[in-house]
Design a protein around this ligand. Structure first.
Ligand code: AMP
Ligand code: MG
Length: 346
């Protein structure tokens, strides 16, 4: 907007951080904007958190078999989108995989990083797999209800952050703020432009060279200049920085370097393949997806991670999804991009 300046705000939500930049007049009431953003984030948590026993999602999970539940509009939208991605990814993405996530120590209790945690036995894995599954969730759009068939354990951790980013961006638009960059835990959505006429340039998240770097990594750095890079780096031991302009565009990264545990020398990812019930192959370090909607970028980055680099690249091509895969090799990291991603960076 002409004559506007960049305002910034940040805080904590969903076990991670949020940050925001937006363009508005100098006298803009920042406290009002921040309070509005915090209300929106609280709403997402109240509806969709697995960590809060009182959330709509937790209550759905605890509900008896055969019960039907009226869902709040936001919860319904996220579940609808999640079921769509589940179907389109052949079940690689599964919002009903909560029991498996919990069994592997990545849910709210029985944490992998707590004393006494043990990886589940094959029997326990099979039980958790059989209990859940997106195909056992039934939605009715007209009544905005979902049927709990019994034992289905929803987990929106792979999509809710992206939805929350979209939700905050929509709130800002409603305030008349057309230019903004919203970020939650590394998932971003950019709208409009900065006062200097440039779009919001962001560097794509990259896995750290050493795992010990993961905790103090800055997930977001905003750049002001375009950079060029080769489209493919087949033997990269050091990763090239990739920057993209988020002009009405979102980016999300699913990586195993923030949360994972080692078991007998094996790296266990927090992403589970619902088809086998096992954590995904440790050779995939991260998948980054760009989409207009952050909810879809978030869901698809997880989905493509489960599919793995080979199949994931095919699906990304078929669905016209810009995607960047980073795999670990004996000589270092290797980056591969879908054609839509190459086109976007060209
Ligand atoms: P993300 O970081 O967006 O890839 O989300 C990972 C989180 O989503 C995990 O910590 C689990 O809570 C959950 N999750 C794990 N595997 C799946 C899956 N196959 N589909 C959907 N959610 C999953
Ligand atoms: Mg995700």
């Amino acid at each position: 907007m002409p004559g506007g300046i960049i305002h910034a705000a940040h805080g904590k939500t969903m076990g991670t951080t949020w940050s925001l930049k937006y363009v508005a007049v100098k006298s803009m009431d920042e406290a009002l904007v921040t309070a509005g953003v915090e209300r929106r984030l609280a709403k997402v948590i109240d509806q969709m958190s697995t960590w809060q026993a009182s959330s709509n999602l937790s209550r759905f999970n605890a509900a008896p078999a055969g019960s039907r539940h009226v869902l709040p509009p936001e919860f319904f939208r996220v579940l609808q989108c999640a079921l769509q991605v589940a179907e389109q990814s052949g079940g690689a993405f599964d919002p009903g995989a909560g029991a498996l996530v919990n069994a592997w120590g990545f849910g709210p209790t029985n944490r992998y990083d707590e004393a006494g945690f043990e990886a589940p036995s094959p029997d326990a894995v099979e039980k958790a797999r059989a209990a859940g599954g997106w195909q056992r969730v039934e939605l009715d759009e007209a009544s905005r209800t979902a049927l709990q068939r019994g034992g289905v354990h929803l987990d929106f951790s792979a999509i809710a952050k992206g939805f929350a980013v979209d939700h905050v961006a929509a709130y800002l638009r409603g305030l008349g703020i057309a230019d903004s960059l919203v970020e939650i835990g590394g998932e971003l959505r950019g709208a409009g432009i900065k006062p200097d006429g440039q779009p919001w340039w962001v560097a794509l998240e990259q896995p750290p060279t050493r795992d010990s770097d993961a905790s103090d990594r800055q997930s977001l750095s905003v750049h002001h200049d375009a950079k060029t890079r080769p489209p493919q780096s087949e033997n990269a031991s050091a990763l090239t920085e990739t920057v993209v302009a988020l002009h009405e565009l979102s980016v999300a990264t699913s990586g195993d370097y923030r949360r994972f545990h080692m078991q007998g020398g094996t790296r266990r990812s927090h992403t589970i393949d619902p088809r086998t019930g096992l954590p995904i192959d440790a050779s995939l370090a991260s998948v980054t997806v760009l989409h207009r909607d952050c909810m879809l970028a978030d869901a698809w980055s997880t989905a493509l991670g489960v599919l793995g680099a080979e199949r994931g690249l095919e699906v990304a091509r078929e669905r016209d999804l810009p995607a960047l895969f980073v795999t670990r090799t004996a000589t270092g990291f290797m980056e591969r991009m879908s054609e839509p991603m190459q086109a976007l960076l060209a």
